[in-house]
Design a protein around this ligand. Structure first.
Ligand code: SF4
Length: 437
């Protein structure tokens, strides 16, 4: 009888790719949704902010409660890497702790029931991943680690310095996935615009775009997590002129006030950020996403107001708001004065209202347009509606269009169609399939 595996992936899309690498190593296991039936339970944890840490710990403890007696409980990922010593002492429930460098050895670790922590191992050329959640879209990891010094971020402390994958390794993986039917790709890393800088190439993403465009079968691609100081005008122009890469610009700015940016050690001033964002906005049919931290230590009312005014006037398509979370070991941890949690929450709410309006305006602009979209399957909203994702949007984070009508007979899930956006109902776009692709 096959051994059963229950796996939980928490945190960001980079973690999801690592989970998929582990699944590739554990192909002989039968997947189960029931933790109590599993012989092996893996939790790929996230240790980015307090809320994520709490979620990781609660998940591990909850699964321990549910699991059967002779099963193995594995804690993998960022949280496990960051607090390995403390966790080993405090969580006797866990049988194996592994860090961020062990994904491709998870089978060996389980077999030998050993714990190890090695740096910087990620997908190597001949490894296979089991892509979860889609048969048309896959995330592709470009690098591990980060050379930036953002004062609020603990990631470089436990993921280490930037370590790019070679271009040929990335191309090989994309070709392999295309041969399995995947045609839409999101390229990710902690700071994607620094890709290949550690190998002496300044505009690595420009080279990546050239190479990916040559691969027959790639219909669509986008790059997530551009960093302002390493994003160039040449890259923006390259994306704008690409037939494959969507005009999708995801550049977390975190703030716009010059003094807050300095305290955040972002290595870039507000003028350069505005220049880049204006250039992105000028690109035809561009989609601009960002993220902002509210309540950074010392953030005054005026500084907070400045970021609100900028977000309101720019009109982003999407904005993620993060409430500042004090992380041990970061430079910001030492900064004073701290903003009290109540004020942070109020600021997040106030900015949230602005963001809601700008997302709504972005959705409204789409009504009446025809877009290329993947019909993903039945919608979770309603049994008679289908869910479609415009290729211009990233999966999971940018939303869905609900399909209530089709002029094409026998729609196939995971295929691309032309969708006419017919209305905006509340905050939900509704559309009709008008053509096959
Ligand atoms: S770019 Fe900044 S926020 Fe992102 S991982 Fe690097 S240090 Fe952290």
């Amino acid at each position: 009888m096959k051994r059963k595996l229950h796996i939980v992936s928490l945190g960001c899309t980079k973690n999801l790719v690592d989970t998929e690498v582990m699944l590739g190593r554990l192909k002989e296991y039968e997947m189960t949704d029931m933790a109590e039936d599993a012989d092996v339970i893996i939790v790929n944890t996230c240790g980015f902010i307090d809320a994520a840490k709490e979620e990781s710990l609660q998940t591990v403890l909850g699964l321990h409660e549910a699991r059967k007696e002779d099963s193995l409980l594995v804690m993998a990922g960022c949280l496990s890497e960051r607090y390995k010593e403390e966790l080993q002492k405090e969580l006797p429930e866990v049988d194996i702790f592994t860090g961020v460098g062990d994904y491709d050895k998870i089978d060996e670790l389980i077999n030998s029931k050993q714990s190890r922590f090695t740096p910087h191992v990620f997908l190597s050329d001949n490894q296979e991943r089991i892509i979860t959640g889609s048969v048309s879209h896959a995330y592709i990891k470009l690098a591990e680690g980060c050379n930036q010094t953002c004062s609020f971020c603990a990631i470089p402390g436990f993921k280490g310095k930037l370590h790019s994958r070679t271009l040929s390794s990335v191309v090989k993986e994309v070709k392999r996935l295309v041969s399995q039917g995947f045609y839409d790709f999101s390229f990710i890393s902690q700071d994607s615009s620094s890709y290949l800088r550690d190998l002496g190439i300044n505009d690595g993403l420009v080279e990546l775009i050239d190479e990916i465009e040559k691969i027959e079968g790639v219909k669509s691609a986008r790059i997530l997590y551009l960093y302002p100081s390493t994003t160039s005008m040449a890259l923006i122009e390259k994306i704008a002129s690409s037939k494959i890469f969507q005009n999708y610009f995801d550049m977390p700015i975190q703030h716009i006030d010059p003094d807050v940016l300095k305290r955040m050690k972002r290595g870039v001033g507000s003028e350069k950020i505005k220049e880049l964002l204006d250039a992105m906005k000028r690109v035809e049919n561009s989609f601009v996403r960002t993220s902002v931290i509210v309540g950074f230590p010392g953030e005054s009312e005026e500084e907070f107001q400045r970021v609100c005014d900028y977000v309101e006037s720019f009109g982003f398509d999407r904005v993620n708001i993060f409430e500042y979370s004090d992380e041990e070991g970061t430079d910001a941890y030492e900064l004073k004065p701290k903003i009290d949690p109540e004020t942070i929450r109020e600021r997040a709410e106030k900015l949230g209202e602005i963001v809601e309006k700008s997302s709504e305006a972005s959705l409204k602009k789409m009504v009446g347009k025809r877009v290329e979209a993947v019909v993903e399957g039945p919608s979770e909203e309603h049994e008679y509606l289908l869910s479609a994702r415009p290729l211009a949007w990233a999966p999971e984070i940018d939303g869905e269009v609900l399909i209530n009508e089709s002029e094409v007979e026998g729609l196939e899930f995971s295929k691309c169609y032309t969708v006419e956006i017919t209305e905006l109902a509340g905050t939900q776009l509704i559309g009709k399939v008008v053509d096959g692709r």
